[in-house]
Design a protein around this ligand. Structure first.
Ligand SMILES: NC(=O)c1ccc[n+]([C@@H]2O[C@H](COP(=O)([O-])OP(=O)(O)OC[C@H]3O[C@@H](n4cnc5c(N)ncnc54)[C@H](O)[C@@H]3O)[C@@H](O)[C@H]2O)c1
Length: 260
């Protein structure tokens, strides 16, 4: 399916690897210019070079989404160079994995800073430009934890639930400017973060990664882990012209884990 994004500009936070890199490639293949933003300078430059192989423009920014000034500067430079920002795909996020009873304020600050404030920084940074254009779309990466909660991941769940509620409110506030906001809710993934987590579980429960994986997959209708491509496909669809009447939704891409 042609996404209808030719000559548009996509700004992808967390674009340096995994889901974000694949999203950058989908966009570039369909003719969009792609801005790749991530923490690692070498990674963003590598992905931007790959994007350019598709004959489109690309910019690379090394930034931390929890730092509003860094995100604002990258967005400003993008508008100067590309003239517009049509799509925002926001990916960074991580869980703290600690029972609430044992958590401290520093844990809460970390989880909210990355998973909630990171999203707010990105959305706020692109909003004025999208309002001026009277068009734009955003897709935020969340988790089913934000819909149904998750054991030992309370603040992450709160942050992801907050992003879902934020995107619904933003969709209502910005619909008059033809700006859409949606979420993609993931579950157990074969991303570097997901693989690391299963090793943590194996160590914590004195088990093996294989045994942990078998137990996790028993909860999934489709008995495999999500691939980065599954997430990238959904994020790109939701910000594309093909989803022009979809806004305020949190689409679970989760192999039938939770069905709400
Ligand atoms: N991995 C899973 O099993 C899983 C499950 C449910 C939801 N999710 C969500 O999916 C998203 C991606 O997960 P992942 O495991 O691929 O994450 P990840 O830790 O692999 O990071 C994704 C990308 O974001 C970048 N990044 C991280 N922190 C950043 C920051 N502060 N500023 C700029 N870039 C930053 C990383 O360098 C990486 O390129 C997250 O929002 C996560 O909460 C993941």
């Amino acid at each position: 399916m042609d996404l209808g994004v030719k000559n548009k500009t996509a700004f992808i936070t967390g674009g340096g690897e995994g889901i974000g890199e694949l999203a950058a490639m989908i966009m570039a293949q369909d003719g969009a210019n792609v801005v790749v933003a991530d923490r690692d300078q070498a990674a963003v430059e590598m992905v931007a070079d790959k994007v350019k192989e598709h004959g489109v423009n690309s910019l690379a920014f090394s930034l931390d989404v929890t730092k509003a000034d860094q995100v604002n500067e990258a967005v400003q430079k993008t508008v100067e160079e590309m003239g517009r920002i049509d799509m925002l795909i926001h990916i960074p996020g991580r869980g703290e994995r600690k029972p609430f009873a044992k958590s401290e304020r520093a844990d809460w600050d970390f989880a909210l800073d990355l998973n909630l404030f990171g999203v707010l920084n990105s959305a706020k940074a692109v909003l004025d430009q999208m309002i001026n254009q009277k068009s734009g779309s955003m897709a935020f990466t969340v988790s089913d934890a934000g819909k149904v909660g998750e054991l030992n991941n309370p603040i992450y769940s709160a942050a992801k639930g907050g992003v879902i509620a934020f995107s619904k409110s933003l969709a209502r506030e910005m619909g008059r400017y033809n700006i859409r906001a949606n979420c993609v809710a993931l579950s157990a993934m074969n991303t570097p973060g997901g693989l690391k987590l299963r090793q943590v579980f194996a160590d914590r429960y004195k088990s093996t990664v294989e045994s942990i994986e078998k137990k996790i997959l028993a909860n999934y209708a489709i008995r495999r882990f999500g691939e980065p491509q599954d997430a990238a496909n959904a994020l790109c669809f939701l910000v594309s012209e093909r989803a022009s009447w979809i806004t305020g939704q949190a689409l679970s891409v989760n192999g039938g884990f939770s069905m709400v």
